[in-house]
Every structure is written in C-alpha cells, then in structure tokens.
Design a protein. Structure first.
Length: 657
C-alpha cells in the first residue's frame, strides 16, 4: 500500500534514514533553495525544515531527489505497473476504462484507479490566509514567492466530473507584481497567478470556460500522497484524468471531498472537490478575462522566464491540515530534482511508445537541455525495404507523428535515426547517438524545418513567447563520412609535419582550420567526434533581433565546399568555447537552449532544390547568447557565503553537502 498522506511518507523516510531534519532557523527566501540545490547535487537525503523563518508550517524538499528514493516511495506500485503495462493495450483506453483491462489480472489496481468521493477529510481540519503560507523564493530575480510542487485541479466545463478532470503542475505565484491580498467589502481578497504552458489540460479547460463565458473553478493542492505530485506531471493523453493514474501509482484510491456546507461561503457552490488528504488546498476560480503580470521566475532551462500576462486565480478559501507540511522543489539548470522525476516517468512509460506511435522504437527527451529543446528518436524505415542505399522516408512520417503527440510537440530539435542501420543503437547514449547521426546525415536533404510554429513557453530563443521554429534531422543509410575525434585527429589528415604531442595549441588549430582572422572567431574545441566548437565575438543586435554583423553568414561564406573544416559536419558558435566544451552536458545545454533552428542555423555551401533548403558543407548553429534571450540563473553571493558557513565543520549543516 502506498502512503495515505505526505506526513506518512516523511516519517517513513526519517525512520529509514533517508531524510534529515534541519531544526535551525532557515529562511525560505533564497536560503532554503540554495541548500536544496547542493544536497541534490551530492545525491543527499530528503530535507525536513522544521524551523521556517516567518512561518508556522514546516517544509520538506528533495523527496524525489534520487532514483533509489523514488523506487522506495513507490515500491508497491513498481511491482504491479509492469504487469499493467504488459497488457499491451492502448494506454489511453487503459486509463479511461480500467475495469475492462485490470479486473481480471490486476483487480486491486483496477479498483485503486477509481477516485473515491468522500464527505470529510483531514484537509478541513484548519484554514489559513495566503500570508500564512510558506513563501519560497528560489532565485534573486524571482518576481515573488511561488508554489513549486502544486497540483492544479480543474474539470471540463463541457463534461464535468472526476474522470474527465485534469491535475497538472503549473507555476503558482503567491505574491509580487500586481497580485492583491487584503480585506475588501466582500471579505478578504486573495489573488495568485497561474502560469500554464501551451498544450496543457488546464489550458483546454480554460478555453472551454471562455467559450461559455464562464469563470473556471480551480483548486490548487499542495502535499497529500506523493503519487499525486508524480501524476500531475505525467504526459497522459488529453481527456484522461491524472487521478486514475495516481490511484494505481499509490495503490490507494484518491479520496476527493466536497466542501462541507458549514465551511462554504455564498459562492462556494462553484468550487470543486478537494483532495481529502492534501496538506493545503487553495480553492477558487480563474476569472473570465483577468490577466496580470507573472514572473520573472527561474525555470528548468536554467534561465529566468520573463514577465508576461497570465490568468489570475481568485482564491476564495484556503484549507489545511493541522499537521500540514509544505513540500517544495527547486528548478534551475538541469539536472535538478525534477530531472529525477522525469527519469522515473520515462522508466514507467518507455514501453508504451511503440503502441502509442507504431514504428517509433524509442524517444529520449534530453534533460541536460531542459527536456523540450532536444528530442532523440529511433524509428523504423520500412517504406521501401529494398532501397539501397537507405534514405529517410518513413522516418519523416514518424517525425510528424512525434511532433503531433502531447508534450512531444514542444520539441525544438528532433534527431531521428533508422533502427535498421544499427539495431544496438542506444538512445540513452547521447555521444553514440550523435555520432550515428553525424556519420550519416546529408545536409542537402536531411534538414526539415518548421518555421513560425509553437515553442515551449519557457524558451525565448525564437524571439517571443510561445513562438519559434523546429527542425527534424532524419538520418538513414550507411555512414557517408569518417568523423575527426579530436583536433589532433583532424590535424593528422592535413598537416605536413608529425605532431609530437597529443595537445594542439589554439594557434596551430586555428591555422589548420583556416579560421577567418578578421571575424574574431578563435579557440576551437572538439567536444564529440565531428562536432567543432568555436568561440565568437558577442552577438550584436541590429534592432530587429538579428545579428547586425551577420557573423555566422560571413563565417560560412569564408569557406568553399572542399575546405578542410567540412570534415566537421557540425560547427557551433558560442560565447565561451572552454565553458561549452567543458563536458557533454555543457555542450548540450549551450547549443540547444541558446539557439532557434530557423534563426540560428546556417552552413557552408547553401543549396535550394524544389524549395528544400540544405548545405553541401558543414552545418553551423549560432549558440551565442542573444539580446532577447532570458538571463542565466545565478545565486545571490551573500546567500552563497551564508550557506557555506552553515556547512562548515561544527555547524548545523556540516556533512550534508
């Protein structure tokens, strides 16, 4: 049996040595987040802050910070989930009609999947004001305090009910900007911001409410059974309630309670049921046409998402347990705790992909880039099995299907390979996957752009909110080139003299590559076979969000298609080549979070055939920081010093990180 509530989980982790109590006063303003980041980075325990400055509630973080702890928390479900998935049914049908598939082999899971309506629950033991809640601020430039593990509950106005409800994790801003929290003639007025991203269930419900001209009832749950937090971020098919999955994951029915009459106000008839075991519940609605500024906020790409107008939630009531604990996480440049949640979800659903999109063998949303910027895929290439050499055909059909499926549609770079070319290709082996693609890609034919399309709300590389481009790079067939694995490897092909050491100086490498001196491009580095990183002068805005110096175009025009530099099929321009080439993780983050395909891809020897754009020589990605990009996240130096002092020998946090 899973945990009935959050406190049961916390106490179990404490008893088994997987959680540490921090009893000294810690400020939720920047300090708590700084501690969490460091403990996560070292693979440390869950943290229970029992003495929160300025707040009567305790707080807990890093519950999901390691794979081992996730497996421990959901150990009962992990025994049964493989049996459920082995049924081989369409996952959406499984969740919509669990009684059909689950009652004969896994009757308990079938029973648990159905949410249970109850009349009472611990959530109604107490109530509080918005100002009483823990106000966590993670990064210095955050626009206010945020709920970082919310479960935002809504029902379809067209088809209400628990089985058609949505439970999503959307950013909830508690204070700052223009939100109000004060007494009014009709009682205390509470406002919070709800930042939902495109292609989310709450957005669909809100659109339905706007079509009807009605406000949308919404509840925000914090805490409760840990399975609800995982369910809230599950990429489930549209129209499928996360409550069903949460019941299976927790091996307990999700208990949903109607607000008792004695606790209702005049308008409470519009409020939705609440999670009976939640620690906190903010109950209210999204007004019909009410938008206010939300942000900035440190996000999971490693930047600040900027201020934008988002819907405002009017909070009518706030309920809480007497022993309530406020769970939180901290987002930032990956990996963070949400990276572990993503890995856990992938582990659960990876076997469903072939049945979800026939022909797709595997997908990997690369966490080092913040998930959505880079998606890798392996598919079948069976349209013309006798074609020799093999070229991408079915892969293009599969790519369209992938980019039309749920949250996969937010992918910016999609690299897809034919599984027939290497049955042992491991999609989790990122260096190996890049090598496979770069050995085979034909830049004249294998680049497929989608321009003026949707992009992840948090990604500003396209020059605006939710707007940008995509590219599919589909590679199939035998290798067409041998990749230089290092600058020395490249030099041995063209040097007239024997190199006496493994190290190639920047000056020597620049000469061998014939880098155009006038452009100021220098310090070449090879991070992976076939990938050359070059340091370039800062990007110069011409006032229209384009490079005034046209540096990338001038660089590519400096070379012919037979130039030696074309031995590197991929060239990346960056602000700091040492930093970008420090690790594969740094290369991925820099390249794919700081570039938009349509804006930032160019190449040597451009071609245009039948309206298909490509290159005869190297492909170039301009991954320099642009003026319209969001700023990178950095800690407050004074907070950093204080946290280091608390971790010194003899101090209360010593040994945690």
């Amino acid at each position: 049996m899973g945990y009935q509530n959050l406190r049961a989980c916390v106490e179990d982790l404490l008893k088994t040595g997987q959680l540490v109590k921090i009893e000294v006063p810690i400020d939720p303003h920047l300090e708590m987040a700084a501690i969490q980041r460091r403990v996560f980075e070292t693979g440390g325990p869950a943290l229970w802050f029992t003495n929160v400055k300025g707040c009567r509630f305790s707080m807990v973080s890093n519950l999901f910070g390691t794979r081992e702890r996730l497996h421990f928390i959901f150990r009962d479900a992990l025994k049964i989930l493989p049996k459920v998935l082995r049924l081989g049914v369409n996952p959406s049908d499984l969740m919509r009609r669990p009684q059909v598939y689950l009652t004969w082999r896994t009757p308990w899971s079938g029973w648990c999947s159905r949410p249970k309506r109850v009349r009472r629950g611990p959530i109604f033991q107490d109530s509080c004001a918005l100002s009483d809640l823990p106000h966590l601020k993670s990064w210095p430039k955050d626009g206010g305090a945020y709920v970082t593990l919310p479960q935002v509950f809504s029902e379809s106005p067209f088809s209400p009910g628990l089985l058609r409800s949505n439970l999503g994790m959307y950013r909830v801003q508690l204070d700052g900007n223009d939100y109000v929290d004060h007494p009014s003639s009709s009682g205390t007025l509470h406002e919070v911001g709800i930042h939902y991203q495109i292609h989310r269930g709450l957005g669909i419900h809100h659109a339905e409410a706007l079509e009807l001209g009605k406000r949308l009832p919404v509840n925000v749950f914090i805490g409760g059974p840990p399975a609800l937090s995982i369910a809230a971020v599950m990429p489930l098919p549209e129209g499928m309630s996360e409550l069903l999955f949460a019941g299976i994951l927790n091996q307990r029915r999700v208990r949903m309670a109607k607000i008792p009459k004695r606790l209702r106000k005049n308008s409470d008839h519009e409020l939705l049921p609440v999670s009976a075991e939640a620690d906190f519940a903010l109950c209210g609605w999204l007004e019909t046409n009410s938008l206010k500024r939300e942000g900035p906020f440190g996000d999971h790409l490693g930047y600040y998402s900027l201020e934008h107008s988002f819907p405002v939630m009017r909070v009518e009531r706030i309920f809480c347990r007497r022993d309530a604990i406020w769970p939180f996480t901290v987002v930032g440049r990956p990996p963070q705790e949400d990276s572990m949640i993503g890995e856990f979800i992938h582990e659960m659903v990876q076997g469903l992909m072939p049945s979800t999109i026939p022909g797709v063998k595997a997908v990997h949303a690369v966490d080092d880039c913040g998930v959505h910027p880079l998606l890798l895929a392996i598919g079948s290439e069976r349209y013309v099995p006798y074609q020799n050499p093999r070229r991408p055909m079915e892969l293009l059909t599969l790519s369209n299907a992938i980019l039309g499926t749920g949250q996969l549609s937010l992918a910016k770079y999609l690299l897809i390979a034919a599984g027939e070319d290497n049955p042992n290709l491991d999609i989790q082996d990122i260096p190996g996957f890049f090598r496979h693609i770069l050995e085979r890609a034909d830049w004249r034919a294998d680049l497929h752009f989608q321009t003026g399309t949707t992009m992840d709300t948090l990604d500003y590389s396209g020059g605006g909110l939710n707007r940008g481009s995509k590219i599919v790079i589909a590679a199939a067939g035998p290798p067409r080139r041998k990749l230089p694995s290092s600058l020395r490897d490249f030099a041995q092909r063209y040097s007239d003299y024997l190199l006496k050491s493994d190290e190639i100086s920047d000056e020597t490498a620049e000469k061998l590559l014939s880098l155009p001196q006038a452009l100021g491009i220098r310090k070449p580095k090879v991070i992976l076979p076939g990938i050359l990183i070059l340091e370039a002068p800062p990007w110069n805005d011409d006032g229209t969000k384009h490079d005034a110096n046209h540096l990338a175009e001038h660089f590519c025009a400096s070379y012919g298609i037979h130039a030696a530099i074309n031995d590197f099929p991929l060239i990346v321009l960056v602000d700091n080549s040492e930093r970008a080439a420090h690790s594969v993780r740094d290369f991925l983050w820099t390249t794919f979070t700081k570039s938009d395909p349509a804006r930032d891809i160019s190449g040597i020897g451009p071609t245009l055939k039948n309206r298909h754009f490509g290159f005869e020589g190297s492909l170039l990605i301009d991954a320099r920081q642009k003026s319209f990009h969001a700023p990178e996240l950095e800690e407050d130096p004074s907070v950093t010093r204080k946290i280091k002092e608390l971790a010194a020998p003899g101090k209360p946090l010593h040994g945690l990180f």
